[in-house]
Ligand binder design. Structure first.
Ligand code: BTN
Length: 248
């Protein structure tokens, strides 16, 4: 049971037991057209992460869902929506559980330096025009442990809050906040970028950036108006469009 006070986000809500990936379902399914449609799956057999990685999530314990944006938006906004989604997840967790939550570029969410949420934003285009944007969000909510090896140590809200939490409450809070962020991003994208900056603890720190085949060391200077990372190497500044960031 989720309580929404949104105009369009989550008004069409689809719950499935099992699917390959909620992102793929919304991107490929011609039947999904209503703006703000949300698909949530208890279990994904091929959950996808950034850079073709796999997103594994215990069935029934966490939140794996995708939000469809099916209205015209400026392509430059896609990145900002993606960063904004991380802010929304952070805000929602903080509001409900008073935990200290930070964001990590491009769009991870961390509690106590451990990853609690990953976001994968994808789009399809017809010719040069983008026609569907899908924001996929995976949050570790009640998963008790994380066996295996990970690039960043994972955690769940339950592990940090030290008690099981309601997925429904978190989801409602999140979808409500998402719609507000969406409106803000369309009207005042700079505010969304500022919200992101104020939640990012790595700005000003020495970092390592791994692009596809290159590794770069520098200082996390800032993000630019499009949401790209500005890396300061010596007295030069370089734009990073895509990559994995860690402290060094
Ligand atoms: C990452 O950290 O690399 C991004 C992970 C994104 C996972 C979510 S779960 C719901 C949606 N469906 C997918 O297949 N991926 C996203």
């Amino acid at each position: 049971d989720i309580k929404l006070d949104t105009d369009f986000i989550g008004r069409n809500f689809i719950y499935v037991d099992e699917v390959d990936s909620t992102n793929s379902l919304l991107l490929n399914g011609k039947e999904f057209t209503q703006n703000g449609t949300v698909v949530l799956a208890e279990h994904q057999t091929k959950g996808r992460g950034r850079k073709n990685r796999e997103w594994y999530s215990n069935s029934g314990q966490n939140l794996t869902f995708s939000i469809l944006i099916n209205e015209y938006i400026n392509p430059k906004l896609i990145n900002i929506l993606s960063l904004g989604s991380a802010v929304v997840v952070a805000q929602s967790i903080e509001n409900l559980f008073q935990l200290n939550v930070e964001v990590k570029w491009p769009n991870d969410v961390l509690i106590n330096r451990k990853k609690v949420c990953g976001i994968l934003t994808e789009s399809t285009s017809k010719g040069n025009v983008i026609n569907k944007i899908v924001v996929g969000i995976g949050i570790n909510v009640n998963q008790p442990n994380f066996p295996g090896k990970f690039e960043i140590a994972p955690t769940s809200i339950r592990k940090e809050f030290k008690s099981e939490v309601s997925r429904e409450r978190l989801l409602s809070e999140l979808l409500n906040n998402f719609e507000e962020m969406f409106k803000e991003a369309s009207e005042k994208p700079k505010n969304v970028l500022n919200d992101w900056r104020s939640r990012c603890k790595m700005i000003g720190e020495k970092i390592k950036v791994v692009e596809d085949d290159k590794t770069k060391f520098g200082v996390f200077d800032d993000i630019d108006d499009d949401g790209f990372l500005i890396l300061k190497i010596g007295d030069k500044k370089e734009k990073i469009h895509f990559g994995d960031v860690s402290l060094r």
